[in-house]
Ligand binder design. Structure first.
Ligand code: THU
Length: 130
């Protein structure tokens, strides 16, 4: 799966977003060493704080589907914003599944090309239990 293909899947996922409060759709797609991928969109709630981000939705879907491979890449897309970076909570979720600081975080930049970041770029000094 190349980065543009993964970004395309994140775009598809953003079309399913339930975002009637913010009107800010987000889609994410995670890709694993098994070759499997899982999509997620944001799901909002009238109790705003209960809203679920696209990235955590995609990771939840992977885990609940029994995925045991290594998380290699995540693409994140919003039709409302270029460079749609993950929020702080989603960065910490990505950190949880990081093995060797290698997950590629793929965003669409201003030129509609892929920009790639690593967890350590966007969440330095992250919390770890051990
Ligand atoms: N959102 C995501 O889906 N991912 C993020 O990393 C940041 C924000 C969603 C949550 C909410 O539904 C909307 O974007 C506006 O904050």
């Amino acid at each position: 799966m190349n980065n543009y293909e993964l970004l395309e899947l994140a775009k598809e996922a953003s079309k399913n977003a339930y975002c009637i409060y913010s009107n800010f759709p987000v889609g994410a797609c995670v890709f694993y060493s098994s070759g499997n991928y899982y999509k997620g969109c944001n799901i909002e709630n009238s109790s705003y704080g209960l809203s679920l981000c696209a990235e955590r939705n995609a990771i939840s879907t992977a885990i609940s589907s029994g995925e045991k491979g290594q998380l290699l890449k995540i693409a994140i897309y919003s039709p409302k914003s270029k460079n749609c970076f993950p929020c702080g909570a989603c960065r910490q979720w990505l950190q949880e599944f990081e093995e060797g600081q290698n997950i590629e975080i793929i965003l669409e930049n201003e030129n509609s090309e892929c920009s790639i970041y690593k967890i350590n770029d966007i969440l330095p000094y992250s919390f770890k239990l051990v």
